[in-house]
Design a protein. Structure first.
Lengths: 287, 535, 333
């Protein structure tokens, strides 16, 4: 790692720059931990997250036996948090996997094609952008019924428009670049140009944007869970856990505080990471 | 440097300012109740059926009679001074008290009573069935109801029902006496004043509706023309606060006098507070689980019984429904005439397993359970889910909001349904007719009682229920209901979980506040407040 | 002129799409709306009557057509929950949300902009990091939980603010509703005690929302300021001997304020939505609570009406932001 900077590849340089940003690094580490914990939940969790003893282990304060206490059904909260990490990861990944490619495709297509295709696609984008994310999710969840799947669909449907706009803006710049013009002159098919040149060019800012969005997506999912429209009991989704604990927030504060803290930590980690990535990958928009 | 000082001074001022605002506790003649009343849809007694609206109408309108809060089997006249039943068992005659007035100032006569009852039947909204079942139907109105004089009227029922049944039906909100002149003055397109009455007031009760902003506030003012003892309170405000925690905070701070929707935990925490007290009354409502008999596994008698041995009533009573309910196993809630106190079931997982084995499903099976996503419904569902898991039953919950789950339930699309059911009027027929009566198990019956919703085909039992309704001898009627409940416990596709308790936490200054067994018997007239408060 | 016309047309099209989507969603709801109106005890015959009256038996496109025609006349239908015209209901509840969001954005700007400037001036140093983290904190925490905790701390334990609700009951009927913004109405009525009460109730939820928007605003301010401070006129001014304070506050910030307005506009729209969760905690009778209630009770007219209003506000704000962005950034043209 003591290569002279001048000799480092652009990636190497970026990595070094990223490493310097302590906060972003913290974010990355936290998220890595999240993935590890989520995957290892069955081995890490001290108790079964779905079983509790109503009569004997209900609403116990944090102690040696139950590090974060127990909830209103007598279930160990720590175990539920660990398993809930899986759900959070699942939601976040699904939304990213659905929304980002859709947004990328729509945006690059619109920017590249121009004309009425552009107008049409942007009109559709604007329509979905016009929707208040949470309220649309509320409406969809009410229509389709509560559940993680529907919540993911609802969130993804409102998450992609900003990516489309971003991708389009990037595409409009890149399309004028020399190498693209050259490729066109050489007779490369539009699909090839899209896939090989335009989309990759839009990726960096898209990645940054998606990462930064993740925090908001987690909060939206938690909000839906809080309103009872996300994962259903006894599923240990963090937002639903807060809803379950909201009746006890004065006396048994840990029931709602623990999942709230978990959401906060993960959300914060995404924000820090996204910030760091933006500094590194997209210096234009940074300082 | 200077800027920082300025900032410091500014922030101090901003932080201090709110402290200068001290919310004064409500003055002495104003009662403020924090309550979630988003279920108020209409304030027309001919239409309204919800819990919160019933409470309001119970205070703004009056009926011919009411039952005694201390002894619900005893009926007391309110607008009626006296009543008599003819020898044929079908002719009732009522005499009204003299000098009665509505809040509008208009005199209250037998004409208004006849008009109000006929109006409820003609408008034919949801609660009309209570009058219909007495034989007051649109085509019979002319012969069934008649005014005999300015203060006398007669009522002819279609059959010789048990008199307690008939009279109890007349204590229901739908039988409220409304101001005929006022309603007709606001009539539009022959709607008998319905559109106006939904949001206004035409009664004679101790309080009159002053303002109703949906999901925000509902204000009642003292009726200065009230014929009874003048209420001590000049105004009662229902303040819509959805969060139980918010209600509790406001109560503790003194911003409200009464909090109505507190949870068991809240009530536990407040139990020791010297400035508060808690009042509770068993309500005519039950929580139950319905087993859809269209599901072939649930139709097996052993399975039906097995589910009844899963419930840990002790744990339920000690935790999830503490203060707000009590374990119960019969379809007649305590306080209703003929309610059985027998409670043979307790948690016995081994027994449940054995029964499932006998039924041919020793390894358990999968089920879904529809439940409203509120508490305590959802908590009870989750607990039942866990108990069932120990016997090998794998239940997945389908929480939904009230109307969603109801739609599915009425379409018989469920496996299990956990919900609540309250009596519509204070007579055993109300619940018997729901739980133990189903004469038409087809897909399109005229009505959908709970027994129908769970596809429980019971021609024999329905016959018994009808017979109990007609039994005029009290002792024999009581025995009838005892038998019905025995059979119900044995074979019904229902697991009764608990009876609801109406509970309120109030500040000690509030006197005379008492909750009745139904929402329309939460009287505000006797309530007053001691000292305190800046007017 | 033509561009403006295109924008207006585009906006109208978007609005139509909005209506179509909400209408469609509303019809997919697995709740029998007739049931919601008539109640659980209604007979089948009664339900059939209600269905007929609500026009639910007509084909979908006929219903949608009727709806469009009604909206054009300003008739958003009748709410089954309140028995009022939906338009009337929304007019009643919207000002509450407006008041909350406005107070929130004011706090967000008043606190966020100076913080952003400060961070820009001390770039890279501890202060910069602190500002960033503080902002991100507000953006990462579940707002309903924070609201509940804040209520316990500031209302119950410290008594610094008033509790749930918009105003003390003592003044509830004392202030005639003119604009629906209680602070303004109180001032108009000359009732200072009522104004103080309204402010005391507004303080906490507004602070919460303000904190939420703080992150984005301070961050953007920092970015714009840094961009401005690099420009030549700044160096020129410094060279001329203009004081640092003037350079920063009068010149750089003035220029940064232009794109900043875009950010504020988008934040504001976001706060309107964020109030959905806050309103429940604080018993704030605004549009958020209205829509949530309506959804839970299958009050379709209210849902469509409410979503239409919020969506329209969003569209307008997006339009404004879009126009400003185009005006400033020639690259995008």
């Amino acid at each position: 790692m003591n290569q002279p900077i001048a000799e480092m590849s652009p990636h190497g340089k970026r990595w070094r720059q990223f490493r310097r940003n302590r906060l972003a690094l913290t974010g990355a580490i936290v998220l890595a931990l999240l993935v590890v914990v989520a995957l290892a939940a069955p081995w890490l969790a001290p108790f079964d997250p779905y079983l509790g003893d109503l009569q004997h282990t209900r609403l116990l304060a944090p102690s040696g036996a139950h590090w974060v206490g127990t909830d209103e059904q007598g279930r160990d909260i720590l175990s539920r948090l660990l398993f809930g990490a899986r759900i959070t990861l699942w939601i976040v990944s699904l939304v990213a996997v659905i929304a980002a490619p859709v947004g990328l495709l729509v945006g690059t297509l619109a920017g590249f094609a121009g004309g009425w295709v552009d107008t049409l696609l942007m009109r559709v984008t604007d329509l979905f952008l016009a929707f208040p994310r949470l309220i649309l999710a509320l409406a969809l969840a009410a229509a389709l019924g509560p559940g993680i799947g529907n919540a993911v669909i609802a969130i993804a449907l409102t998450a992609w428009p900003p990516y489309a706009r971003l991708a389009r803006a990037e595409t409009l710049l890149t399309a004028r670049a020399d190498f693209v013009r050259a490729a066109r002159a050489l007779g490369a098919s539009p699909a090839r140009i899209l896939l090989r040149h335009l989309m990759p060019a839009a990726l960096p800012s898209l990645v940054v944007r998606v990462t930064l969005d993740m925090a908001g997506i987690i909060l939206t999912a938690a909000g839906l869970g809080f309103l009872g429209l996300g994962a259903q009991p006894p599923s240990p989704e963090w937002g639903a856990m807060i809803a379950g604990g909201r009746a006890f927030v004065l006396d048994q504060w840990w029931v709602a505080a623990a999942p709230g803290a978990a959401i906060f930590v993960v959300s914060m980690a995404f924000n820090l990471l996204g910030d760091g990535l933006r500094d590194v990958l997209d210096p234009k928009s940074a300082d | 440097m200077k800027r920082r000082a300025l900032l410091g001074a500014g922030s101090a001022a901003v932080l201090a300012a709110p402290a200068l605002v001290r919310a004064a506790p409500p003055p002495r003649d104003l009662l403020v109740q924090a309550m979630a009343f988003d279920d108020v849809l209409s304030l027309d007694p001919a239409e309204s059926f919800e819990v919160a609206s019933s409470e309001v109408l119970g205070n703004t309108c009056e009926r011919l009679l009411r039952f005694d809060l201390d002894d619900p089997s005893r009926l007391v006249g309110v607008l009626a001074r006296d009543w008599r039943l003819g020898a044929d068992g079908r002719s009732y005659r009522f005499e009204l008290a003299e000098g009665l007035r509505f809040a509008s100032g208009n005199a209250l006569t037998a004409e208004d009573v006849v008009f109000s009852l006929a109006r409820a039947v003609r408008l034919d909204k949801a609660p009309a069935f209570i009058l219909n079942q007495l034989g007051l139907s649109k085509d019979r109105l002319g012969s069934a109801l008649a005014q005999d004089g300015p203060l006398a009227l007669s009522l002819q029922t279609s059959e010789a029902f048990a008199p307690s049944f008939v009279l109890n039906c007349l204590t229901a909100i739908v039988a409220s006496v409304l101001d005929k002149r006022l309603l007709l003055a606001h009539e539009v397109d022959g709607d008998l004043g319905h559109a106006w009455a939904r949001r206004s007031h035409a009664g004679s009760g101790p309080f009159a509706l002053r303002d109703w902003r949906a999901n925000e506030i509902l204000t009642l003012d003292r009726n200065e023309h009230f014929h009874g003892p003048r209420p001590a309170l000049a105004r009662v405000i229902y303040w819509h606060v959805k969060e139980a925690t918010s209600q509790r905070l406001m109560l503790v701070k003194g911003d409200v006098d009464v909090a109505r929707n507190l949870t068991p935990q809240d009530l536990d925490a407040l139990a020791g507070a010297p400035e508060l007290r808690i009042t509770a009354t068993p309500k005519g409502g039950l929580y139950y689980i319905g087993l859809n008999q269209k599901n072939p596994v649930l139709a097996k008698p052993e399975v039906r019984e097995a589910l009844k041995w899963l419930v840990d009533y002790d744990a339920l009573g000690a935790t999830l429904i503490r203060h707000i309910g009590r374990p119960w196993q019969n379809f007649l809630p305590q306080g209703i005439f003929g309610a059985s106190l027998a409670a043979p079931f307790h948690q016995d997982i081994a027994r449940a397993r054995a029964l499932l084995g006998k039924a041919g499903v020793p390894d358990g099976f999968e089920l879904t359970m529809d439940v409203r996503s509120t508490q305590p419904d959802q908590g009870m569902a989750e607990a039942f889910q866990q108990w069932a898991a120990r016997a090998g039953l794998r239940i997945s919950l389908l929480p939904g909001d009230g109307k969603q789950t109801l739609t599915r339930y009425r379409a018989r699309k469920h496996d299990l349904y956990l919900g609540d059911w309250s009596v519509d009027y204070w007579d055993p027929q109300s619940n018997a007719g729901a739980f133990a009566y189903n004469i038409d198990n087809s897909e399109h019956p005229a009505t959908k009682p709970l027994a129908w919703r769970n596809a429980w085909d019971i021609p024999g039992l329905s016959h018994e229920t009808l017979a109990a309704l007609m039994e005029r001898d009290d002792e024999r009627r009581r025995a009838d209901y005892e038998r019905l409940q025995d059979e119900f416990r044995r074979s019904a596709p229902f697991v009764i979980l608990c009876q609801q308790t109406q509970v309120a936490a109030l500040r000690r200054e509030v006197q005379g506040y008492r909750l009745g067994p139904t929402s329309d018997t939460n009287g505000l007239a006797p309530v007053s407040k001691l000292g305190g408060g800046v007017a | 002129m033509r561009t403006a016309l295109r924008f207006v047309l585009g906006t109208l099209l978007t609005l139509l799409g909005l209506l179509a989507v909400t209408f469609f969603i509303g019809r997919v709801v697995p709740v029998d709306p007739a049931l919601a109106v008539a109640g659980d005890r209604a007979t089948e015959a009664q339900l059939a009557t209600v269905r007929e009256a609500m026009g639910l038996n007509r084909p979908l496109y006929v219903q949608f057509g009727r709806y469009l025609r009604d909206v054009a006349h300003g008739d958003l239908g009748q709410s089954i929950l309140t028995a009022n015209p939906v338009g009337e209901d929304i007019a009643r509840v919207f000002p509450a949300t407006l008041e909350l969001a406005t107070a929130g954005i004011v706090i967000g700007v008043v606190c966020g902009v100076p913080l952003g400037v400060w961070a820009a001036l001390r770039r890279g140093r501890a202060v910069d990091q602190a500002v960033r983290v503080t902002g991100l904190l507000g953006y990462s925490v579940p707002i309903f939980w924070l609201g509940m905790m804040a209520l316990v701390l500031f209302y119950v334990r410290l008594g610094w603010v008033a509790g749930p609700g918009r105003i003390d009951l003592a003044y509830y009927y004392a202030v005639p509703r003119v604009t629906g913004l209680l602070v303004v109405d109180g001032l108009l009525a000359g009732n200072l005690a009522a104004v103080r009460s309204a402010l005391a109730h507004l303080a906490l939820p507004a602070l919460l929302l303000g904190y939420f928007s703080l992150a984005y605003i301070s961050r953007m301010t920092r970015s714009f300021m840094l961009a401005e401070l690099k420009k030549e006129y700044v160096m020129a001014a410094r060279g001329r001997g203009v004081s640092e304070a003037r350079v920063v506050w009068r010149h750089a910030l003035r220029n940064a304020a232009v794109p900043l307005v875009t950010v504020v506009a988008l934040s504001y729209a976001g706060l309107l939505e964020g109030s959905v969760l806050t309103e429940t905690v604080f018993s704030w009778p605004g549009l958020g609570q209205y829509i949530t209630n309506a959804l839970q009770n299958a009050d379709m007219n209210a849902v469509l009406g409410g979503t239409l209003v919020v969506g329209s506000v969003f569209i307008v704000f997006n339009l404004v932001a879009d126009l400003l962005y185009r005006a400033l950034d020639p690259r995008v043209r």
